[in-house]
Design a protein around this ligand. Structure first.
Ligand SMILES: Nc1ncnc2c1ncn2[C@@H]1O[C@H](COP(=O)(O)OP(=O)(O)OP(=O)(O)O)[C@@H](O)[C@H]1O
Ligand SMILES: [Mg+2]
Length: 91
């Protein structure tokens, strides 16, 4: 499959008062250009966290988000997010 967006062994954890909360572990996904993918799961399973990582709005703890084989770790015009709640981005 021709990878447009690739999630490569992604981990994400948050620091909660000195305690590390593991939210995503070893997430792998390859999406082709034009492919339509839905991510489903119960509330709190990490869907929005994953979208924030793809959007470059939060850093991965491990692994990489690859867009056409280039690692992305900041927002860019080729990735857009519609937030669940009204949001203002810093800046
Ligand atoms: N900034 C943060 N700091 C600490 N914990 C966080 C943070 N953001 C998310 N979490 C935790 O990560 C987990 C996943 O949250 P997330 O919002 O990604 O879930 P979700 O799948 O989008 O849920 P929902 O279906 O309710 O939108 C939850 O336990 C949440 O409390
Ligand atoms: Mg969500």
């Amino acid at each position: 499959m021709n990878a447009y967006l690739k999630l490569d062994h992604i981990d994400k954890h948050f620091d909660r008062g000195g305690v590390s909360a593991e939210v995503l572990k070893d997430i792998n996904l390859t999406i082709s250009e034009g492919e339509f993918v839905s991510i489903i799961g119960h509330s709190g399973c990490g869907k929005s966290t994953l979208l924030n990582l793809i959007a470059g709005l939060a850093p991965v703890s491990a692994g990489a988000v690859l867009l056409e084989n280039r690692e992305v770790n900041e927002p860019g015009p080729e990735r857009a997010v519609v937030f669940q709640n009204h949001s203002l981005l810093p800046g």
